[in-house]
Ligand binder design. Structure first.
Ligand SMILES: Nc1ncnc2c1ncn2[C@@H]1O[C@H](COP(=O)(O)OP(=O)(O)O)[C@@H](O)[C@H]1O
Ligand SMILES: [Mg+2]
Length: 146
């Protein structure tokens, strides 16, 4: 039995990480799927500027971001059920790389599965900045899906 953490940001590359998880996991493994809501999404001055019209602050407070992310993770989990023994869903907010590393430590994960790039900046970098930081700093093994 091993513990797997897969980090999902909705990008095509993260979907590849999910597909890799299906190949890599055994039926007695425990899987955690994590999405991090970037702090800047909640706290940026751009968001604050738009506050009067779209009221992002109350959205963030009421947990709407978190609920949406949980919904999307539930859908992903449905496709993984037959591949692993147990699935946990996690939504955190903050710096994505830091939260992935913290969660990996907290649940004592054996391997982190992560996409090689993420949302946006398509093709600009060989390796996404979150993946770069996770690979450099993780104390567990990291599987970068391509
Ligand atoms: N907010 C996030 N929550 C969970 N996983 C993330 C998040 N951001 C990035 N990741 C993971 O890191 C991978 C690489 O993304 P990233 O390093 O952010 O690339 P880019 O710089 O192209 O956005 C994604 O495929 C995903 O697995
Ligand atoms: Mg990114």
């Amino acid at each position: 039995m091993k513990k797997i953490l897969v980090s999902y940001d909705g990008s095509e590359a993260a979907k590849k990480a999910i597909e890799m998880t299906k190949k890599f996991a055994n039926v007695d493994d425990e899987l955690t799927i994590l999405t991090v809501i970037p702090a800047e999404l909640v706290e940026s001055s751009f968001t604050k500027m738009l506050l009067p019209t779209i009221d992002m602050a109350s959205m963030a407070k009421s947990g709407s971001f978190k609920e949406k992310a949980m919904e999307s993770l539930s859908g992903i989990a449905g496709g993984l059920e037959s591949f692993v023994g147990k699935i946990n869903l996690a939504v955190e907010s903050g710096d994505p790389a830091d939260e992935i590393l913290l969660t990996a430590k907290k649940i004592e994960t054996d391997v982190i599965i992560i996409g090689y790039k993420g949302y946006g900046k398509e093709g600009r970098f060989l390796l996404g900045s979150v993946t770069d930081k996770v690979v450099r700093s993780a104390s567990s093994s990291v599987l970068v899906a391509r």
